[in-house]
Design a binder for this molecule. Structure first.
Ligand code: SF4
Length: 230
């Protein structure tokens, strides 16, 4: 099994229940969701064809992860939309090297691979997550670009485990602008429903990902702008 790899870098997890943990990120290429505020638009936008997508097998990715990050660092498979690929060989190869493997996905296909942790980020305006992935999710991250995104996102979560945490994250351009409508809507939602938690993408405040020599420094004229921390 070969995987198109957009970038790999060693940093720390900037959000969710594993916030602050040392983490090696593997960002796979390709996503059909086309979120208008995507901060990784270089992985899918038809107007941008990166020169740097390499195709690697599971062993090559796992060996580089082990070489470029110390024992104990988790490996986070993200994208793009990684669930489109058969992740079993990659997860197995990383497990063989003693790594704990996390996944970030919008959940639009069946999950293949024995992941240690699944973060589901549904995109209610695009393809909804498969029920099997909702049921498998350990935590959910809803991106809030407009206040209505909270109810729209929650509507996709039928079958979510009662112990799965649901985060509300201000979409980064809104967070950076301190958008009162979005931030106050998140505060109101959490106070009304203690199942929810207010979140933030801390790595963007630190610009932690940019510090790794392997992270993508290209300025993509679509979605995010690393110079602004997103
Ligand atoms: S699902 Fe993720 S990678 Fe895909 S377009 Fe949306 S934000 Fe970007």
């Amino acid at each position: 099994m070969k995987y198109p790899v957009y970038e790999r870098f060693y940093t720390w997890q900037g959000e969710g229940l594993h916030l602050g943990r040392a983490a090696y990120f593997v960002r796979l290429y390709g996503c059909p969701q086309a979120c208008p505020w995507c901060d990784s638009a270089g992985t899918w936008h038809p107007a941008y064809r990166p020169a740097g997508v390499t195709v690697l097998d599971a062993g090559e990715i796992a060996r580089t992860a082990a070489q470029d990050s110390p024992e104990g660092a988790i490996v986070v498979i993200t994208g793009g939309e990684p669930i489109l690929f058969d992740l079993e060989p990659l997860v197995n190869a990383l497990h063989d090297l003693g790594r704990r493997v996390h996944l970030e996905t919008s959940g639009i296909a069946s999950l293949r691979g024995n992941l240690d942790w699944v973060t589901l980020s549904p995109k209610p305006f695009g393809q909804w997550p498969e029920p099997s992935v909702v049921a498998r999710a350990d935590e959910v991250k809803l991106i809030v670009h407009d206040p209505g995104d909270i109810a729209a996102g929650l509507a996709t979560l039928d079958g979510l485990r009662s112990d799965a945490v649901v985060w509300l994250h201000p979409e980064w351009s809104r967070a950076r602008e301190r958008d009162a409508g979005v931030l106050n809507a998140i505060t109101g939602a959490v106070k009304a429903n203690p199942r929810l938690r207010a979140g933030y993408q801390m790595h963007k405040l630190y610009r932690a990902d940019d510090l790794d020599i392997h992270s993508d420094k290209r300025i993509i004229p679509l979605g995010g702008d690393p110079r602004l921390g997103y």
